[in-house]
Design a protein around this ligand. Structure first.
Ligand SMILES: Cc1ncc(COP(=O)(O)O)c(C=O)c1O
Length: 487
């Protein structure tokens, strides 16, 4: 999340100054290497060489992600083998860039792709680039924590039935696992549904629905579960630098040449050797005995901390990743954004504030002060801001599966005007409404806003103070405007 914001009127430090400053009291945000403490050892050694000596171009001995020979190709082959995938490509534009390439490599232009409502916004950008039609599927919602939940296999069955309605085949299904808050899905169960009769019917192909799993917050477990494509972000759940990422692929449903073509279109022609090495070092370390011991140590500290916090009456949301500590702020009567601002002023920097929860990323080598400081500050937070529990959050009023009324890219590029949320009923969104983090759009370009959605969005603006505007960009429809409604 960064350091406490400078008060208004005080000039910001230069970027170099900002990066050279001492760490705040308790930085509990991404990257997971935690200001270098948990960096993959090979990467740490590299960074200790003469500054810049490692910043090399695609010399023959080094190569690049799309070159068949060289150190990068070798490292990609080793990482594919470690994760038991057929192919691995490194990326230097984060999970965002590789999710986009994955979509373009998996779906033909105009293809329909099933995307979860809690998708990262980069997937929408991928749909625009590939001219794809997003079929947005709704998810179970926890009204107490205000969080979207992973779908169950039964839920996915209903989604596929709804998606098959209308007859046009679905090109791909995107799953998100785990979520930013460490909530994990039953991946084998979900993949079995995608490969079963309902997946076959939705995809209109005998081998079932191709599946891309966004594992930006995961460690590649989706490969073993049978996903066709998996995207990892090595700074979120590994010891890599920001922007290091990997795309893993396996099985007969993928076409490697199509993926390579998409990577060629979307990735820089001068990939940073440092970021490529960061991906390789982080993946190899995670699968080494030393890497496993490091994670076990950190997870054991995290579990003990969670027990202490719970014993102190501080409510945590249960999840599958001990290194993502999710404080349920709603039962304490505190909006997570308010809690975050209060803690930030005191040097405790969380990763993800949301209306009902505050997620701390403890990282692969949590700060030494963690156990001493965090319980104390959270008790102070409760004492200072705690009130009666917040009322339950209203689930988003969304159909199980829906495509935007206007084609996504067309709505996004259409003549638009900005109007107050209070006046948006009946209008078509021209841009996403997307608090960041987590970067999950609450409204997608091309969606027509009905009365229930307009009310819900107005409520969201209250719940995300400072993170979401009270206005929205909408398409100017009518005579003179370019209107090409899909159906
Ligand atoms: C679920 C999810 N997917 C993808 C991304 C994009 O990752 P990156 O920032 O590495 O591009 C994020 C970023 O927060 C995310 O939360």
């Amino acid at each position: 999340m960064g350091e406490p914001a400078a008060p208004q009127g005080v000039p910001s430090p230069s970027l170099l100054e900002a990066l050279s400053r001492r760490a705040p009291r308790l930085p509990l945000h991404l990257p997971a290497h935690g200001r270098g403490r948990g960096l993959a050892p090979g990467l740490r050694q590299l960074l200790q060489l003469g500054p810049g000596s490692w910043d090399l171009p695609e010399l023959p001995e080094i190569g690049a992600p799309l070159e068949p020979e060289g150190a990068v190709a070798e490292a990609q082959r080793r990482c594919a083998a470690l994760l038991r995938a057929d192919h691995c490509w490194f990326g230097v534009n984060g999970a965002s860039g590789l999710l986009q390439a994955a979509l373009l490599g998996l779906c033909p232009p105009g293809g329909r792709v099933l995307l979860p409502r809690n998708l990262h916004r980069s997937l929408l950008h991928g749909c625009v680039l590939g001219g794809l039609e997003p079929l947005l599927y709704n998810l179970p919602f926890d009204s107490h924590g205000g969080l979207w939940q992973p779908p169950s296999p039964r839920h996915l069955e209903q989604v596929l039935i709804a998606a098959a309605h209308g007859g046009t085949p679905v090109a791909a299904l995107v799953l998100l696992d785990p979520t930013y808050q460490g909530l994990a899905a039953d991946l084998p169960g979900l993949l079995a549904v995608a490969r079963g009769p309902l997946g076959v019917a939705a995809a209109g192909r005998a081998d079932g629905l191709p599946v891309l799993v966004d594992q930006a917050h995961g460690r590649g477990e989706a490969v073993a579960a049978g996903a066709d494509l998996v995207v990892l972000s090595l700074q979120k759940n590994g010891g890599g630098l920001a922007q290091s990422a990997a795309l893993l692929a396996q099985g007969p449903r993928i076409v490697p040449e199509a993926l390579e073509r998409a990577l060629l279109w979307l990735q820089t022609s001068s990939p940073s050797a440092l970021l490529l090495a960061s991906t390789a070092a982080a993946l190899e370390h995670a699968h080494s005995p030393a890497g496993r011991r490091q994670r076990q140590r950190s997870e054991s500290r995290a579990r003990k901390l969670a027990q202490r916090l719970t014993a102190a009456g501080l409510p945590l949301l249960p999840n599958a990743d001990p290194l993502r500590l999710v404080l349920a702020t709603a039962p304490l009567g505190i909006n997570g954004l308010e809690a975050d601002a209060w803690l930030l002023e005191r040097g405790v920097v969380a990763e993800l504030p949301e209306p009902g929860a505050l997620t701390f990323c403890l990282g692969l080598a949590p700060p030494l002060a963690l156990e001493r400081s965090l319980p104390w500050w959270l008790k102070q937070l409760r004492r200072s801001l705690g009130k009666a529990p917040l009322p339950p959050f209203q689930p988003p009023p969304l159909p199980l599966v829906a495509a935007p009324e206007w084609p996504l890219g067309q709505a996004w590029r259409a003549p638009s005007e900005r109007i107050p949320l209070a006046a948006c009923q009946g209008r078509v969104a021209a841009a996403p409404l997307c608090p960041y983090p987590p970067g999950i759009p609450l409204l997608v370009p091309g969606e027509r806003i009905d009365a229930a959605r307009a009310d819900w969005l107005a409520q969201q603006a209250q719940l995300w103070p400072g993170q979401m505007p009270a206005s929205v960009a909408v398409v100017v429809e009518g005579p003179g405007a370019e209107i090409r409604v899909r159906r």
